[in-house]
Design a protein around this ligand. Structure first.
Ligand code: FAD
Length: 397
């Protein structure tokens, strides 16, 4: 019969892989396992916080993939038998595969930041995983409910984490909301690092658009949050300073998703090691692990990279089934960020397999130019919107 390609996770990596497989290799039988019936993206969730988007704008259905001939099971994968090439679902079914594409994203490491457990996420939302949108909406409602003059705290983790520029776009979008509706308020961003993606560009934008409404505190200036108190809404730093907040957003430490850890596919680091040419797991060669769950450094954990690696993983899996060599690999990334009204910035990187993992192609990428460049910023905001429209089309049809 037809070769069976099983995809676990219907997010940026998994939906991209399923649709690419279906359209490029019509002879394959493609099955996708994803518990969500509607997928609310993390990208553009920050724009919802800023008031630039509504929840419907960032919600996607699986009808297009189903119509394309992909079998979709709304269930959880609960166990992977790599030797027997079988996956057990929570609903009881067992699926056999010839090749498995695994793209389940991240897990939040509850407890890694003292005080931050699953219950704490109701008082101090993370809004850092896709789902039904409830976390992002909760954070938005807290911003709407706070009084003018309050402090919105954001706790930012050490590397590696999902979406390197994401916390800083969030600072920007929350500041944009406050500037418009609660101008005596401020954003206090406490960081476990001393440097971040597109730092100069973000800081230029904050200064120009929000003045001293935004304060970013690096680890070296006691920015690292060491514990949180959800009941009192307090972030306590490494050196004991207690910041009382009107609204607190905790972007917590992360690992690969549960299924990766439980199946023994993660290394000590909490992320999966893969062959940079094919994304095949170092622990199980018939399982390709794509998206945020793998250790793709120096590639960022981005939706763009999840999509780019999805295609290489599918093409490599098919090549292996045909007894052919994998195609030559190249991975593209662009991360756009919105800083304010008509104000976009970006970072580009191109990556290839190297002798010991992924390497960035020298002189291939870069960031937007600095300076007072309103037309450049306006155009990049449009490019960002176009990117979102095109990648979600590429994922969901
Ligand atoms: P996901 O997209 O999270 O998909 C994983 C899917 O797997 C989920 O739908 C989940 O339900 C499912 N799943 C998990 N476990 C199981 C299981 N056991 N069985 C079945 N299904 C399972 N990236 C960009 O490129 N550009 C941006 O502008 C951008 N902005 C961002 C803004 C924010 C606020 C955040 C948080 C992230 C942003 N990202 C952006 C990053 C992007 O969201 C991630 O890199 C991307 O989602 C990773 O794709 P993935 O397939 O690994 O995981």
């Amino acid at each position: 019969g037809a070769a069976r390609l099983l995809v676990i996770g219907g997010g940026f990596g998994g939906a991209s892989a399923a649709r690419f497989a279906r359209t490029q290799y019509p002879e394959l039988q493609v099955t996708l396992v994803e518990p969500l019936t509607r997928f609310v993206t993390c990208p553009y969730g920050n724009l919802l916080l800023g008031g630039y988007r509504q929840i419907g704008d960032i919600t996607h259905s699986y009808d297009g993939l189903r119509a394309a001939g992909i079998r979709i099971l709304h269930d959880w994968a609960e166990g992977i038998d790599a030797a027997g090439k079988r996956v057990r679902l929570r609903g009881g079914e067992t699926l056999a595969y010839d090749k498995l594409i695994l793209s389940p994203g991240i897990a939040i490491r509850y407890g890694a930041l003292p005080g931050y457990d699953e219950a704490a996420a109701q008082a101090l939302p993370h809004a850092w995983v896709p789902g039904d949108g409830s976390q992002t909406l909760l954070l938005r409602r807290q911003l709407e409910a706070m009084e003018d003059g309050g402090v919105v705290g954001i706790s930012i983790p050490a590397n590696p984490f999902r979406c390197p520029p994401g916390p800083y776009e969030r600072i920007s979008m929350i500041a944009a909301y406050l500037k418009r509706h609660k101008p005596r308020s401020k954003v206090l961003a406490l960081d476990a690092k001393d440097a971040f993606s597109k730092q100069g560009l973000f800081q230029d934008g904050w200064k120009a658009l929000y003045g001293d409404m935004v304060e970013w505190v690096p680890a070296s200036k006691d920015g690292k949050v060491a514990r949180v108190d959800p009941a009192a809404k307090v972030f306590e730093t490494e050196f004991g300073e207690r910041h009382r907040l009107a609204v607190g957003n905790v972007i917590p430490p992360q690992s690969a998703a549960r299924i990766v850890l439980d199946s023994g596919l993660a290394a000590q680091t909490g992320w999966a090691e893969v062959d940079p040419r094919t994304l095949a797991s170092r622990a199980a060669p018939d399982i390709h692990i794509i998206g945020d769950a793998n250790n793709g450094a120096p590639m960022p954990k981005s939706g763009y990279i999840a999509n780019s690696t999805a295609k290489q993983a599918v093409a490599s899996a098919v090549a292996a089934l045909r007894g052919e060599a994998p195609p030559e690999a190249v991975y593209f990334n662009t991360c756009y960020s919105h800083v304010g009204d008509d104000y976009g910035i970006s970072i580009v990187g191109i990556f290839r397999p190297g002798p010991n993992g992924f390497v960035e192609v020298p002189n291939s990428g870069g960031v937007s130019p600095r300076g007072d460049l309103p037309e450049q910023r306006r155009l990049e905001a449009i490019h960002a919107d176009t990117w979102y429209a095109s990648i979600t089309r590429d994922m969901f049809g």
